[in-house]
Write a protein that binds this ligand. Sequence first.
Ligand SMILES: Cc1cc2nc3c(=O)[nH]c(=O)nc-3n(C[C@H](O)[C@H](O)[C@H](O)COP(=O)(O)OP(=O)(O)OC[C@H]3O[C@@H](n4cnc5c(N)ncnc54)[C@H](O)[C@@H]3O)c2cc1C
Length: 339
Amino acid sequence: MHIVIIGSGMAGILLAEELHKLSPDTRLTVLTRETHGYYSRPMLSHGFSRDDVETRIVLKSFDALRAEGIEVRAGIEVLSIDRASRSVACRQDGQPASIGYDRLVLAPGSDAFVPPPFRGSEQHFRVINSLDDLIALRRERAGILAGGRTPRWAVIGGGLIGCEVGSDLAKAGDQVVLFHALPRLMERQLVEEDSATLLTVLQGLGIEVRLNAGAEAFEADGDQLAIRLADEHMGEFDGILVATGFKPRTALAEAAGLAIGRGIRVDGYLRTTDPAIHALGDAAECADGRIYAYVMPIRQQALWLARFLSGQTADPWQPPVFQPRAKVHGFSAAHPYIF
Ligand SMILES: Cc1cc2nc3c(=O)[nH]c(=O)nc-3n(C[C@H](O)[C@H](O)[C@H](O)COP(=O)(O)OP(=O)(O)OC[C@H]3O[C@@H](n4cnc5c(N)ncnc54)[C@H](O)[C@@H]3O)c2cc1C
């Protein structure tokens, strides 16, 4: 039996490690475009206030996983799935490759969601979705500091990630203006009272929070950047960070003819509409229509799928009830949100 897993985020790696423990004779191959190893994605939003983050964030090197007996092919791009021949087409170092599977697991995660008005002006903003994004942002920041200036950032989005990153940049000593299109912060996760506390905490960190301030476009003025709002123009930013949600990576599954909703549709057994292909993590839309894009449920999906694929359970995956927590420096919700 050869199980191929696409993705080396927590979904793919926790599944591979657990499956290898439960079924050591099963051949496992992880395919990933990453080259830095298996890292903690949640730590990305605290990537500025600590100097050693680029090394601390890596939880396990790919060589350590290989030493455990898991085949990891890093720096490889999966291009398509051929369900008829049970193989995936890939490209690595410019060379094409085809890899056969008995079971395929899709754990490709999610992209940062970029609202339509900002598409096409990617040269003016950044997102923080991968370790490569963080490394690029840290390099840019170091250049500004080396020039003797305090970096000034515009963060677009007052949701979970925008508030976390904004608080971390402020903690690192940078100037931050946070723009949120709605009247209160993290309105999807927090009750009004907690949104108000969060606002006070961010302001206490020195962040200028602009509510009801929907950015409409970005413009460059020399090496400085500006934000256009409905009735205002605000400039002199060194960088603009867009943090407006996530988008499950569904393209491979869709091109292979699998059912897609907001994510890759799976049943109670995390099975796609092809029984030889499973999906989990940020990319999977579960049987209840929800996408469990948080560490705790994804860990449970991975551990459950390992037991299912190794024949140790025939019961379906049970989604957990859990309380996501915002990692905003100095903030804790009085009424934690229940997912
Ligand atoms: C900044 C940030 C902070 C967060 N903080 C928290 C938090 O505090 N608590 C919490 O619970 N959750 C948090 N999350 C969410 C959590 O990190 C994600 O839900 C989780 O990491 C998703 O794991 P995954 O394995 O599904 O996807 P990913 O981690 O996105 O991994 C997918 C992998 O697949 C690879 N891949 C995709 N397509 C291909 C392809 N075609 N070929 C080759 N490789 C491919 C990608 O390169 C990537 O390595 C945060 C997310 C972000 C972005």
